[in-house]
Ligand binder design. Structure first.
Ligand code: HEM
Length: 471
């Protein structure tokens, strides 16, 4: 066969853009796939796009033909914010991407390195517990506390403890995130770049980027100064120290520029924080909606942890709690993987895919595929008990970190942080919903910005365990 996959009828100029739901595109793409098939063609403005919605086809594009789909498309936002897409997630497939991914995997994200940052988690946890202790008995918006903790853990590992402008960068990143929705209209009109200018969007992005750049520039200078004065020895090496050390050594085939270092630094602060905090928030949301599951996980944590702090060794023994996190990732993980681009003409599922076609893998559709999962819409952590299905990209019905060459390099770091926060929240407090709110009242609708979040931040009441027993 030599034709494109089937898809909905296209309108002039916009093609199928009008069919994308901004709040939950993964759900409406899943609905479209039920009508047009697990491999479907959409025309998004000028961008010819193929959407994959079934595990066997996900395996074909991310394993069998992974190399052909290992590229990323060029987007306006990644060009502006990530120094001409020189971060890992948006870099084009090739030598530079491979080199930087390897450096970050070894120097920041390996199991050994993640462990060396354990002290940061401990310190940030102390702050979180202080806040929750003082709020016991009153409703709190747990989202803000989780975000704050994850932001601080990742930003301290990346920027070091010395950064005075950390909050400014984190706030700018949160504004920047709103531009990252891969369904942003202007990303689909590469040849209509002037639209960004006309609407003032581009000017806003450039201004924001300039503000971030000034601070990153200053951070590089501070790190260089400290390293030349020898004061780096008194503190733990952060990612900027590492990248500057590698830049100076000239050991790598491709020279690393200051812009490259800034792009990678910014990437760690974005990719590293949001998915971990969103996952943690969803775990808490599902546990508030399913009190029996929460009680079971809580009983496990309290039986395993002997002191009043969760240790690394404890985390290994939290079998049930890990099942709860896995099930959360199945239903609330990154729903549509970072877009890929086809590097050459090829055939998938019997259909012709021309070079430069954009590829979207609907991981949510795979994770709720009725042929792969029993009762796919229900939250049942037990389904993973004694199951060989893991999240490292070999089981295509469950790909919360992607798969193949473009798989997430932050699995250890991210999962370690999520498990640590969840276990501590269960250890230190009992939880209830505010007066009059029932578990079934929790609003499970989503908003999507790469990952998803509950549309309205949930309010929960932390309680000291002994007090809640007597009430
Ligand atoms: C629970 C936490 C996390 C989740 C659910 C998650 C999920 C993902 C997903 C789905 C992708 C896209 C993979 C693909 O396109 O096939 C990705 C890519 C990526 N993630 Fe994560 N991630 C998490 C934590 C982290 C952390 C902590 C870091 C770094 C500090 C990180 C850095 C990256 C990078 C650099 C990429 C791009 C990889 C590439 O294009 O080669 N992630 N992540």
């Amino acid at each position: 066969q030599n034709h494109l996959p089937p898809g909905p009828p296209k309108l002039p100029i916009i093609g199928n853009i009008h069919l994308l739901d901004k709040m939950a595109p993964h759900r409406n793409l899943r609905n479209l796939a039920r009508k047009y098939g697990p491999i479907m063609h959409l025309q998004l403005g000028q961008v010819s796009t193929v959407v994959i919605s079934a595990p066997r086809l996900a395996e074909e594009v991310m394993k069998t033909q992974d190399l052909r789909f290992a590229d990323r498309p060029t987007t306006t936002t990644s060009q502006i914010f990530f120094y001409k897409a020189s971060n890992i997630a948006w870099a084009r497939y090739g030598h530079y991407w491979r080199q930087m991914k390897k450096i970050c995997t070894l120097e920041l994200l390996s199991v050994k390195k993640s462990r060396s940052f354990y002290y940061i988690r401990e310190e940030e946890l102390t702050d979180l517990l202080k806040f929750l202790d003082s709020s016991c008995g009153t409703p709190v918006v747990i989202r803000h506390q989780i975000q704050r903790m994850m932001n601080n853990v990742v930003s301290r590992a990346t920027l070091g403890d010395i950064c005075k402008d950390r909050q400014y960068i984190l706030d700018s990143i949160s504004t920047m995130f709103q531009s990252f929705n891969s369904f942003h209209m202007f990303n689909y009109y590469p040849r209509l770049g002037f639209m960004n200018v006309l609407t003032g969007k581009k000017a806003g992005w450039l201004k924001l980027q300039k503000g971030i750049d000034v601070i990153l520039e200053r951070l590089l200078e501070e790190h260089r100064r400290m390293s030349s004065s020898g004061s780096t020895q008194d503190r733990n090496e952060d990612l900027i120290d590492v990248l500057l050390r590698i830049q100076k050594s000239g050991d790598h085939d491709l020279p690393i520029t200051d812009d490259n270092i800034k792009a990678i630094t910014l990437e760690m602060l974005t990719a590293g924080t949001s998915s971990s905090s969103m996952t943690t928030e969803w775990v808490m949301t599902e546990m508030m909606r399913n009190p029996e599951i929460r009680k079971k996980a809580q009983a496990e944590v309290r039986a395993v942890v002997k002191g009043n702090r969760v240790t690394e060794a404890d985390l290994q023994n939290l079998e049930y709690t890990k099942l709860v996190i896995k099930e959360t990732l199945r239903l609330h993980g990154v729903p549509i993987l970072v877009p890929r681009e086809c590097r050459e003409d090829c055939t998938v599922g019997g259909y012709h895919i021309p070079a430069k076609t954009m590829l979207l893998v609907n991981a949510f559709a795979c994770a709720t595929d009725p042929d792969s999962w029993e009762d796919p819409e229900s939250f049942k952590p037990e389904r993973f008990k004694n199951s060989p299905i893991g999240f490292t990209g070999s089981n295509f019905e469950f790909i919360p970190f992607g798969a193949g060459r473009r798989i997430c390099p932050g699995i250890n770091f991210g999962m370690g942080a999520v498990e640590f926060v969840v276990a501590n929240l269960l250890l230190h407090y009992d939880w209830k919903l505010p007066e009059g709110v029932k578990p079934e009242d929790i609003d499970m609708r989503e908003i999507t910005a790469i990952s998803t979040l509950p549309i309205a931040p949930m309010h929960v009441v932390p309680l000291q365990p002994q007090l809640s027993k007597s009430t």
